[in-house]
Design a protein around this ligand. Structure first.
Ligand SMILES: Nc1ncnc2c1ncn2[C@@H]1O[C@H](COP(=O)(O)OP(=O)(O)OP(=O)(O)O)[C@@H](O)[C@H]1O
Ligand SMILES: [Mg+2]
Length: 268
């Protein structure tokens, strides 16, 4: 059973990916763990020194990793959803191809697709899912999109319900309503899981801008459990979980030396 989903966010270069890798390694001593990168500029392979790609790879007995391919996700997602809409409104079918081309580049397509990708893994058999994200903006958008697309799917579902009534009246069966209903339920489950099980680490360094971004992240995502983390900590005071400096934190052996104890304490 899923116990925790752990997100690492914060300004560029503060150490999100490094901490995600080190934390996932430690969590895998406690339960089956998945490390997933949603940063289009993936870096897990470089940090772990193990080749990770867009199919799940096994890092150790209880640790798996994957770098989600945003393009592949958007492609699959848009095709799935639009084919359902096409079935619902056949007169639109030819226009949908053109629409699909635009949707793939629309502002929230990527976030929605990434959410869908994460949701699949949350429903798989992991106790911990650790998410490495791109700098601050991506994470805020992901969480906001989660709340927004709920409304969009409720709307689609109402539309599909009307159509189903008509089809039933005409003596035909209609699967579109069920399909859209399933999608909406999946999304609602995801938002619920995020509310109950997500921990967000807002990572900063001893550098003013990165600290400001960590506070911003906390402000934007205040309905969730956000903890500020000071990485490469030397002496700064303040209400932060602290992770010290470790020379060359690459490869599994070195990463296991990174002291992420304060993070683990709030996770389990
Ligand atoms: N605790 C640490 N001690 C020493 N070096 C660290 C530590 N954490 C991270 N680093 C180094 O800082 C650099 C940036 O780390 P990392 O790639 O994890 O940051 P990031 O926040 O994921 O960056 P991006 O925003 O580009 O994804 C890397 O060279 C990494 O090795
Ligand atoms: Mg990174």
């Amino acid at each position: 059973m899923l116990l925790r989903v752990i997100f690492f966010g914060g300004k560029g270069g503060v150490g999100k990916s490094t901490l995600a890798c080190a934390t996932a390694l430690r969590l895998s001593e406690k339960g089956k763990t998945l490390l997933v990168s949603i940063d289009p500029a993936h870096s897990l392979s470089g940090i772990l020194k193990v080749k990770v790609g867009d199919d799940l790879v096994r890092i150790n007995e209880y640790l798996f990793a994957v770098e989600l391919s945003a393009e592949r996700l958007v492609e699959d997602y848009v095709n799935n959803v639009l084919s359902a809409i096409g079935e619902m409104m056949p007169s639109l079918k030819s226009g949908l191809k053109e629409y699909a081309r635009h949707v793939k580049h629309s502002p929230t397509a990527l976030e929605t697709a990434v959410l869908d990708g994460i949701a699949n893994y949350l429903e798989a058999d992991f106790q911990f899912v650790v998410v490495d994200s791109a700098p601050t903006g991506q994470m805020v958008r992901i969480f906001q999109t989660a709340k927004m697309v709920e409304g969009w799917f409720s709307f689609l579902e109402k539309l599909a319900k009307e159509r189903q009534k008509l089809e039933t009246f005409m003596g035909r069966s209609d699967k579109v309503f069920d399909l859209i209903k399933k999608r909406r339920e999946k999304l609602e489950r995801l938002v619920r899981v995020l509310r109950e099980k997500a921990i967000i680490f807002a990572v900063a360094n001893e550098e003013t801008l990165s600290i400001e971004e960590a506070f911003d992240l906390e402000k934007y995502l205040k309905e969730f459990k956000v903890y500020r983390v000071m990485n490469k900590w030397k002496s700064a005071e303040g209400d932060f979980l602290k992770v010290g400096y470790l020379q060359a934190p690459y490869g599994i052996e070195r990463l296991s030396l990174l002291d992420v104890e304060e993070l683990l304490k709030v996770i389990v």
